[in-house]
Design a protein around this ligand. Structure first.
Ligand code: ZN
Length: 306
């Protein structure tokens, strides 16, 4: 069974190399492993091979202003240009004009219509009790997609059973900020648990947003520590995946982390890395709008071959 693991990184663009860009000033070998050698900067070469592809995707979506998560993520996870639909970039939460497409025609719906399995898609992030108990739950783009397609949200007990991954990988925030009794785990253990969920589904999504938080300077974590943590995660993940049956897809919704000279988003392109059998299906991807249709085409193609 051929599968896709989608690791979504919030707020990672391709900016000019330089001292203000942690993706060039701080060397992270695991990130260069994903790119086949080069650093994640504006000069990242676009490459196409049978099991490895790199693209620089336009995140502006033809709309003025700074790209935002609400419209950028809705575009990534539906294949519709949601910035155009709304008439501007909007975020971080989804705009009401995108509710219809998120609720009825998101990536998970498309995977479900392709694959005759009880639940072919998974969202691997774990959510704390505070999320489920909030009187007015703030649906993000991804949680809204799950609700629309009836993809279960994973909770504390799923996390304790190692069948979910905390958004910060280590569960440090669950212990420190949320005061929950959850054992810490290493980034490698988080990668192991994510790979296990991936093995049971045709499409698994994991969302990592600390990259955007660090870019906004809304956390004590500095960029170098963040990149080292992410590097340990990707190293283990790449070790566990078999390119013949697994595809790891990594992309973002807009730039932010790559420009340390300010705390705003950027209009830089975002990287798209596709490691594994599905790489050729992404050959024509040029914007955020193309990611979901390429995933669907790849899974449809895999259906035909199996
Ligand atoms: Zn942001």
């Amino acid at each position: 069974m051929r599968r896709i693991l989608f690791v979504f990184l919030d707020g990672v663009g391709l900016g000019p190399p330089g001292p203000e860009n942690p993706l060039s000033s701080h060397d992270t070998p695991a990130l260069r492993r994903l790119s086949g050698g080069p650093q994640w900067t504006r000069t990242l070469p676009e490459t196409t091979a049978s099991r490895h592809l790199i693209r620089r995707l336009d995140a502006t979506l033809g709309v003025d202003g700074l790209p935002q998560s609400g419209t950028g993520q809705a575009t990534l996870f539906t294949g519709r240009n949601c910035a155009e639909l709304v008439g501007r970039h909007f975020g971080p939460f989804p705009h009401s004009a995108t509710y219809d497409v998120l609720d009825h025609a998101n990536l998970f719906h498309h995977v479900q219509s392709l694959v005759a399995a009880p639940q072919p898609a998974a969202f691997a992030n774990a959510f704390p009790p505070q999320f489920f108990e909030a009187p007015r739950r703030r649906w993000t783009v991804t949680t809204r997609c799950c609700a629309g397609a009836e993809v279960p949200l994973r909770d504390l007990s799923t996390l304790q059973e190692a069948r979910a991954v905390p958004a910060d990988l280590t569960a440090e925030a669950w212990r420190d900020a949320l005061q929950l009794d959850v054992p810490l785990r290493t980034e490698a253990e988080a990668a192991r648990d994510l790979a296990a969920t991936h093995r049971d589904h045709r499409l698994t999504l994991f969302e990592y947003f600390l990259t955007d938080k660090v870019g906004h300077d809304r956390t004590d974590l500095d960029a170098a520590r963040l990149l080292d943590s992410l590097g340990r995660f990707f190293d283990e993940l790449l070790d566990r995946l078999d390119p013949a049956t697994d595809t790891l897809l990594v992309t973002s919704d807009h730039g932010n982390l790559e420009d340390g000279s300010h705390t705003q988003h950027t209009r830089n392109p975002v990287p798209l890395f596709v490691h594994g059998w599905a790489a050729p299906y992404f050959a024509d991807a040029t914007t955020l709008t193309d990611v979901a249709p390429c995933i669907i085409a790849a899974l449809r193609g895999a259906n035909g071959e199996s």
